[in-house]
Design a protein around this ligand. Structure first.
Ligand SMILES: *[C@@H]1O[C@H](CO)[C@@H](O)[C@H](O)[C@H]1NC(C)=O
Ligand SMILES: *[C@@H]1O[C@H](CO)[C@@H](O)[C@H](O)[C@H]1NC(C)=O
Ligand SMILES: *[C@@H]1O[C@H](CO)[C@@H](O)[C@H](O)[C@H]1NC(C)=O
Ligand SMILES: *[C@@H]1O[C@H](CO)[C@@H](O)[C@H](O)[C@H]1NC(C)=O
Ligand SMILES: *[C@@H]1O[C@H](CO)[C@@H](O)[C@H](O)[C@H]1NC(C)=O
Length: 831
């Protein structure tokens, strides 16, 4: 699958639908993002991360009225939400008319965008009218639209320290690793420019004079580290999402477009170029290269500088990507990375379709930006970008396409001069510098490091955060944001609910969408929360909610699949008393699968130790900084605590009362990615007393068997796997069995608590299911996106038999009744 030889010579749709994002004013649908003061402040929008982008695209795809394929979706996103080059314009001291929006698409990136929309047609009739919540719409717009905001912000003294905010690539794992490969060492970059950039004296003299294009004037004397938008963060570097989606859209409908059609008949300045371009080139690499050639070339440069580094100004919830220089920023690092990724994904779509013809755009992105497995091929992963670049880019072809597109772009883009010759050699210089720069400056986390630093299991945790609002927002928000990333809040993973430590009320209702949570949990929202901690009220309220949850789950016959963690985040001393201790005990005994963790800014060991199961692990002291810099290490114990809580398996017949009732035979379907492992846990409350038939059975069920499954179980190791015996003295602690096609793995629960006199003393059953299927399977094993995150997820069945219902909470109650009854009897007798 190298070049798609089957390039359709599609007739270029002349006079395609006029797109509002191609017009020279801010598109009507996007104006809200520039007029509403709340939306205008990007701190109120969800962070610009790959997770957010995928989340929002998923929400669009899940809209029941949307029945379109990946191609239509990608093209529609570009036409609806991407408008490059929007800049702020305002004269000092001039009052602004209420009729004027001080923003318009004037930055140079806008011109390429207009041509792109002509090359990637979208039929607006293909999509229903979707209304995204405004913060999601604006976030999507900013993630897709490339522009530079060079306004002076006032925080420029920190420009030089941006490197301290380098991505902490290990965020999903507490393991310490050498992620230094990615550190952008500004001192090594030789001041302003990258290693390979030659200093060109002309560059320092930007066009001044009132005749210069606005682009140049915008960058004059303003911010030393301008904000680049259109960038999303991933573990594999910052990526221009506009390039990424455009490459996919162009690759999904390969076409050759004649230059004269593209320029609508304008006379080319350079005649000596190929007559057609293939849309995927200008959509990705050739587009940025052509911009650099024209802008730098007309300033008189002979050598075209490619690449421009920068960094986020935070380590969590990244929203602002700041460039470390202001000059020659036509092809920045995120645009290079997004360009390569979009180019590769667009060019491999045919083989991707062969594996799964109905793959969704969100799935394609999710597979490519994943630590393992890739897009039906472990080479097709973002971590492999360097190899993909050399494998897919054909230099002469790139040069021919860049030449032709530069000639087309030149007809519509205002420049500081007129090139009268030498286009060829400028393009050659740009491509040479692109190749050298990207071979050594992209700082992509390697696949090997990626794998050793990311867990091979995913969480599916319903996380309830009970928040003490006396935490300053700037301190606690990065920590919460980090947690959501670590537990993977998404439709197929974990959920988050924000509750008040003051009274247990719901501050932000349960959501499986990171974008939704971030748009709700803003600084203003935080200010409005009741401050203070009242364990008596909050724990009681939360416990009753958990009990109601159990009742609801019982009503819906829920057998399991998710874990539940209740996390208190305290910033003030909490008062405990007998009522609180009782509530904690009732929670432990009555909702046995809920794990209570308490993280606090001060050591409250003496005060709170009797509320949790294991004070050594479940009571955590945090030392969070107001700058949000050391979140990773600080939250490591919280993340580890959540990770060790297995997905629960229950007897739904018990409900919240644990009235004795056998589960009979029940089952649920679950999924695991090739090579991944799921961890489960069954409380002794479901198997305390003897039942010779009680057991758990794992099989492929009625699903398609793919590879084999390894099922391991343990009573003492909370995450049992084939390899978990490493470092464990008792080698018999973990037992494993394999499941092939129609086989089953049974875990018997007879006499499982015979050594314990109380439920509290009997350890739970931990078990795991690991897939041994190869990640490279070239066919989809689960094509229903309603249940499977990845089309190569492996389906299996967990069946329980003969589980019972046992609870201390009820036995206390019944023993009280028993005692009362006994008393009554004695009274009656004595009469
Ligand atoms: C889409 O729906 C919204 C809200 O219902 C409406 O305001 C808007 O005009 C519609 N847009 C189009 C193009 O129909
Ligand atoms: C990053 O910079 C933006 C723009 O100046 C600012 O609003 C935001 O608060 C900064 N974030 C952090 C974490 O410093
Ligand atoms: C469990 O998690 C899945 C997503 O991971 C979600 O769809 C489902 O509603 C959750 N169920 C419960 C009972 O929490
Ligand atoms: C339980 O179900 C009822 C009825 O569907 C719903 O109103 C309530 O919010 C649910 N409770 C919880 C804690 O989810
Ligand atoms: C167990 O660990 C070894 C060495 O760390 C590794 O090569 C192997 O793949 C692991 N096996 C499983 C099933 O995870």
């Amino acid at each position: 699958m190298y070049w798609l030889s089957a390039l359709l010579l599609a007739a270029f749709a002349k006079g395609a639908h006029a797109q509002s994002t191609a017009q020279t004013s801010v598109a009507p649908d996007l104006r809200e993002c520039y007029t509403d003061p709340i939306l205008l402040n990007r701190n109120n929008l969800p962070p610009t991360t790959m997770q957010t982008l995928i989340d929002i695209i998923r929400q669009i795809e899940d809209n029941p009225n949307v029945r379109v394929d990946l191609r239509v979706m990608a093209a529609w996103l570009l036409h609806t939400y991407r408008q490059d080059g929007i800049q702020y314009h305002r004269r000092e001291g001039v009052a602004m008319s209420a009729n004027v929006l001080p923003f318009s698409p004037t930055f140079n990136t806008f011109h390429r965008h207009r041509l792109l929309l002509r090359m990637i047609p979208s039929n607006p009739q293909g999509m229903p009218n979707i209304t995204l919540p405004a913060p999601l719409k604006c976030a999507l717009h900013h993630m897709l639209s490339t522009t530079v905001d060079a306004r002076l912000r006032g925080d420029e003294s920190n420009c030089g320290q941006l490197s301290q905010y380098r991505a902490l690539r290990t965020s999903r794992s507490a393991r310490s690793v050498d992620d230094d490969v990615e550190i952008l060492d500004l001192s090594k970059l030789g001041g302003r420019n990258g290693q390979l950039r030659q200093h060109n004296p002309n560059d320092d003299v930007e066009s001044t004079g009132s005749f210069g294009p606005r682009t140049a004037r915008q960058l004059m004397g303003e911010s030393a580290c301008p904000i680049l938008t259109g960038v999303v963060n991933s573990r594999w570097g910052a990526i221009s999402a506009g390039n990424l989606i455009a490459g996919i859209a162009a690759g999904a409908e390969p076409q050759q477009i004649s230059i004269t059609d593209l320029t609508r008949g304008s006379v080319l300045n350079y005649q000596n170029v190929q007559q057609t371009v293939s849309a995927i080139f200008p959509a990705t690499l050739a587009g940025d290269l052509a911009e650099a050639v024209l802008i730098q070339g007309t300033r008189g440069s002979q050598a075209i500088e490619i690449g421009s580094g920068g960094n986020w100004n935070s380590t969590q919830a990244r929203r602002f990507f700041m460039l470390s220089n202001r000059l020659n920023i036509e092809m920045t690092d995120p645009e290079i990375a997004g360009g390569i990724d979009g180019f590769v994904l667009g060019n491999t779509l045919l083989s991707t379709y062969a594996a799964h013809s109905e793959i969704r755009l969100s799935q394609l992105l999710d597979m490519f930006y994943a630590p393992r497995n890739g897009v039906f091929n472990s080479n097709l992963r973002a971590c492999n970008r360097q190899n993909l670049r050399t494998q897919f880019i054909n230099e002469p072809q790139l040069a021919g396409e860049t030449n032709a597109f530069a000639a087309a772009l030149d007809t519509i883009m205002p420049l500081e001069g007129t090139l009268t010759g030498g286009l060829d050699s400028l393009v050659q210089s740009a491509i040479r510098n692109f190749q050298t720069y990207s071979s050594s400056n992209l700082h992509t986390l390697s696949c090997a490091t990626t794998e050793t630093t990311s867990p091979n299991f995913r969480l599916r945790t319903n996380l309830y955060i009970v928040l003490d609002a006396t935490w300053p927002y700037n301190t606690i928000y990065p920590a919460i944001s980090h947690l959501l990333d670590a537990i993977e809040v998404n439709k197929y993973g974990s959920s988050v609910t924000l509750l008040s430590a003051f009274d247990g009320s719901i501050l932000i209702p349960q959501t499986f969408s990171v974008a939704e949570f971030h748009s709700a949990y803003t600084a203003a929202a935080h200010q409005a929360f009741m401050t203070g901690v009242n364990l008596e009220t909050s724990l009681t309220t939360v416990r009753l909610m958990m009990v109601e949850n159990l009742r609801n789950e019982s009503a819906s016959n829920y057998v399991g699949g998710n874990s539940t963690v209740l996390l208190y985040l305290l910033n003030s001393a909490a008062q405990s008393n007998q009522i609180v201790v009782d509530q904690a005990r009732l929670l432990r005994e009555g909702v046995p699968d809920t794990r209570l963790l308490i993280a606090s800014s001060s050591n409250q060991q003496d005060n709170l130790a009797n509320l949790v199961r294991d004070p050594q692990i479940d009571l955590i002291t945090l030392n969070l900084a107001a700058t949000g810099t050391n979140v990773d290490t600080n939250m490591a114990q919280v993340v580890a605590g959540i990770q060790t809580v297995g997905r629960r398996v229950v007897n739904p017949a018990c409900g919240a009362n644990f009235a004795p009732e056998s589960s009979g035979t029940r089952q649920f379907i679950d999924f695991v990615e090739p090579g991944f492992i799921n961890f489960y846990r069954i409380s002794p409350n479901y198997f305390f007393s003897d039942n010779a038939n009680a057991r758990v059975r794992v099989s492929f069920g009625t699903g398609l068997a793919a590879g084999t499954l390894t099922v391991c179980h343990s009573r003492s190791v909370s995450m049992p796997s084939q390899n978990s015996s490493i470092g464990i003295v008792d080698t018999g602690a973990v037992t494993c069995q394999n499941v092939a096609t129609s086989g089953t793995a049974d875990i018997g629960l007879e006499n499982a608590c015979s050594d314990s006199s109380t439920i509290g003393q009997c350890p739970p059953l931990h078990f795991s299911v690991q897939s041994n299927a190869p990640g490279e399977t070239s066919t989809a094993t689960c094509i229903d996106p309603a249940v499977c995150r990845f089309p190569n997820s492996i389906r299996f069945q967990i069946q329980v038999d003969g589980l019972g219902c046992f609870s201390n909470a009820t036995s206390i109650l019944s023993s009280v009744i028993f005692v009362l009854f006994g008393l009554l009897l004695n009274i009656v007798r004595s009469l």
